[in-house]
Design a protein around this ligand. Sequence first.
Ligand SMILES: NC(=O)C1=CN([C@@H]2O[C@H](COP(=O)(O)OP(=O)(O)OC[C@H]3O[C@@H](n4cnc5c(N)ncnc54)[C@H](OP(=O)(O)O)[C@@H]3O)[C@@H](O)[C@H]2O)C=CC1
Ligand SMILES: O=C(O)[C@@H]1CCC=N1
Length: 274
Amino acid sequence: MASKITFIGAGNMASAIIGGLIDSGVAPTDLTATAPKNSELAPVKERLGINTHTDNNAAISSADVVVLAVKPQIMRAVCEDLRDTVQQQRPLVISIAAGLDAATIDQWLGGNNALVRCMPNTPSLVGYGASGLYANAAVSDAQRDIATQLMEAAGIVEWVEEESLLDAVTAVSGSAPAYFFLMFEAMEEAAVKLGLPADTARRLAIQTALGAATMALRSDKDPATLKQNVMSPGGTTERAIQHMEEAQLRTIIDDAMKACAKRAQEMAHELSNS
Ligand SMILES: NC(=O)C1=CN([C@@H]2O[C@H](COP(=O)(O)OP(=O)(O)OC[C@H]3O[C@@H](n4cnc5c(N)ncnc54)[C@H](OP(=O)(O)O)[C@@H]3O)[C@@H](O)[C@H]2O)C=CC1
Ligand SMILES: O=C(O)[C@@H]1CCC=N1
């Protein structure tokens, strides 16, 4: 990717994506990250070998791509401060903020910007990210390819053609690592009650999730069939699954994901009026 890329923000998600880019062969000298304090940036510079800056405007002055990776609550101030440089420079802007719509960010940046909204997730840190992307009308095909390459460095990419679908992406992948971590916690607790040492239980639960995910990825069978293959008639798995179905696990997941997507909509409303 022959582009200069600047990340505004050098936190969890920015570091994850930058790590993926470097692993995929992007030269660290083509990458810049910013944060308010040099003390925060020093470890990032040392670990990743990229350029760092505490001045956001200076950091984007020769950037082809600007990734907005700050918390949604400070995005307005950050964008309004960058407006003049962005209007002059016209980079591709990629926002990874949850629940902040493209039109609002574009307006804060002065308007008529090529803007991609991205919903990544934290497994990007280990190259197993899953990102949903949406492009506004000003984004060219070449810029779409750049956004795809950038996020594919950290995992898989799915484009959506309607921006509202990013709320569904947030529910199924952006927030979803936490659902699986909750499952690990619960399985470990239950296994300890059944007599296993906690560390043994944790290792077994996590390896099982990795195995199940790998099988589901590689198999041509759907998840329902793979589940059925574990369930011997009259056996142990059937009893566990029956219990989960009777306890309405599907309804719990449905309700939780609806609540997640609704919160993304609420955040968009709150933040665009902030
Ligand atoms: N975490 C997640 O699972 C996901 C997060 N996101 C989105 O990613 C974005 C970043 O989240 P995350 O990485 O977790 O957050 P972090 O708090 O880890 O990172 C935010 C970064 O922004 C820096 N920062 C703060 N103010 C400024 C400023 N004025 N100029 C430049 N940098 C600044 C922070 O520096 P300092 O620490 O010094 O304040 C920090 O480096 C959010 O918008 C979030 O919605 C999207 C999907 C998943
Ligand atoms: O919880 C959040 O708001 C962010 C967005 C998706 C994951 N973390």
